[in-house]
Design a protein around this ligand. Structure first.
Ligand code: SAH
Length: 484
């Protein structure tokens, strides 16, 4: 296939398609009317033309659009949206003025209600097509897939702003990379960001400009300020500012810190991370506290968390609580159970469950996250939790070999889902209940099929909208043992 594409490219002056593509029902550079039947993984419309699939960014399900084919493979193609011929009732004007340039959000042209409906459909489709599972509604006694838990106010939900700094016409700018490039576009407001974060980023940029702090230049490797990160505790209003710089020392550093302190009354911590590498990775290995505390605090439910410059913390704290309450509910704890929390990160789910459990064992691959988890357990005076560093698919089989059993197993894996060894061990451990928290409906459906075949029944599934206006969807599934 590559070879053929290559040879057609070599003759790219002509519009003749390569022989492999000549029999397809659509041709490159031609215009067609497409019916949009669904949303793809990147929020693009999935269109049909004469039975052939075209991915068309900007088109919405239920619409008819005029499109020009700009890319073609044997099984599918890519179309540019030229005109919406029949408009979806869910289509709205994107509220953000830089929506098209930025790319951070993908669904602002779809009403929020429409987004929630489509996200539920993505979960249902995955369960049925990939998991071969029966969903209630289409079968009599299938899995209950609840409507997506959305936000009352789906804006300004992020607690962390992470802004690249650069230079345009000799002036310091900070905002976002224009889609598909490394050109930084200046931005003063992001509609999904907590307004205090936006305000603090703007203040830091203005102070840096006034003090003549040199923005970092990705191409030459010169300059100083690379990123500004601002975190806020929604419940505490604590603010942390992290300055990522090329070197430890630079002109006007002290002045920069004292002016940030003056300009930002709620600031509790100003940190510096040093990254001298010629890379677009944000953080270097070394972090210093320039002023104040090394952490800020926030709460999820009544559990208190310490957030450091580098630690991972969920970016939508309002919906995180919804997600964890659902997990707690599906775990069905009465106070005596032994729980395993696999892929536990900084122990957020473990600690959230610990007050209603006998003991919680957390396991996570990143050592620093486990250090945070232990510190957070201490902070909340929780002594019935223990944490291990390692791969879930290795540590949990070792626990089993050592005679540890679990009444409930919670998993919250990354996008690729659980390893087969872990799923096998879970089935062999025979917990009463399994709670599967997932950021990828496709791997969730694949893994639920394995658990069903191993003797578990998926009872209900709750999608939670953690990232409104983006394509991401988080899902909690509650399973119980078929024979219990
Ligand atoms: N449950 C946490 C974090 C979930 S994100 C929360 O709600 O905040 C998934 C986590 O899995 C990450 O922290 C990642 O470092 C970890 N991880 C990835 N692969 C792993 C593996 N094989 N074993 C254990 N943890 C893993």
């Amino acid at each position: 296939m590559n070879k053929r594409t290559g040879s057609s490219k070599a003759r790219s002056g002509k519009k003749t398609p390569s022989s492999a593509l000549i029999d397809l029902p659509v041709q490159k550079n031609e215009e067609y009317i497409a019916d949009i039947v669904g949303l793809g993984y990147d929020g693009e419309g999935v269109g049909r033309v004469n039975g052939f699939t075209l991915f068309i960014p900007g088109a919405l399900p239920g619409e008819q659009v005029r499109t020009k084919v700009i890319g073609l493979k044997k099984q599918f193609g890519f179309g540019k949206l030229l005109e919406v011929v029949e408009t979806s009732p869910d289509r709205i004007a994107a509220p953000c003025p830089i929506y098209n340039q930025c790319g951070g959000c993908q669904l602002q042209h779809l009403s929020y209600e429409g987004q929630l409906r489509h996200k539920r459909q993505i979960v249902v489709d995955a369960l049925e097509r990939i998991g071969k599972l029966n969903v209630a509604g289409s079968s009599e006694d299938g899995i209950v897939v609840h409507p997506v838990s959305g936000m009352d106010n789906p804006w300004q939900y992020r607690n962390k702003a992470q802004v690249p700094i650069g230079e345009i016409d000799g002036g310091l700018v900070g905002g976002f990379y224009a889609q598909g490039s490394h050109r930084i576009i200046d931005m003063e407001a992001c509609l999904i960001q907590h307004e205090d974060n936006d305000r603090v980023v703007s203040q830091v940029k203005a102070i840096a400009r006034r003090l003549g702090i040199k923005p970092y230049n990705e191409e030459t490797g010169h300059g100083e300020l690379r990123h500004v990160i601002v975190k806020i505790g929604f419940r505490t209003s604590d603010i942390m500012v992290v300055l990522v710089t090329r070197q430890a020392n630079f002109a006007n550093k002290e002045q920069l810190v004292s002016e940030i302190r003056e300009a930002v009354p709620g600031v509790k911590s100003i940190c510096q991370n040093i990254n001298a590498k010629l890379t677009n990775v944000i953080f270097g290995d070394h972090t210093d506290v320039l002023w104040g505390s090394d952490v800020i605090y926030d709460f999820i439910g009544d559990v208190k968390f310490a957030i450091s410059a580098r630690s991972f913390y969920q970016v939508n704290p309002v919906q995180t609580e919804v997600l964890y309450r659902t997990a707690l509910n599906y775990a069905g704890l009465t106070g005596s159970e032994t729980v395993i929390d696999a892929y536990c990160g900084i122990g957020t789910i473990s600690l959230f469950l610990a007050r209603q459990a006998g003991h919680v064992h957390g396991v996570e691959i990143v050592a620093e996250a486990i250090a945070d988890a232990r510190r957070n357990a201490e902070l909340n005076d929780l002594h019935n939790v223990s944490f291990a560093v390692g791969k879930a698919e290795e540590v949990i089989p070792a626990w089993r070999a050592a005679g540890i059993t679990a009444d409930v197993i919670v998993v919250d894996p990354p996008r690729k889902g659980c390893e087969p060894e872990l799923l096998e061990t879970m089935i062999a451990m025979r917990p009463e209940r399994i709670v599967y928290v997932s950021c990828n409906p496709a791997t969730l459906a694949r893994d639920l099929r394995i658990l069903e075949d191993g003797g578990y029944r998926t009872v209900e599934v709750q999608p939670v909208d953690m990232f409104p206006h983006t394509v991401h969807i988080e899902t909690v599934a509650g399973l119980c043992r078929k024979d219990s």
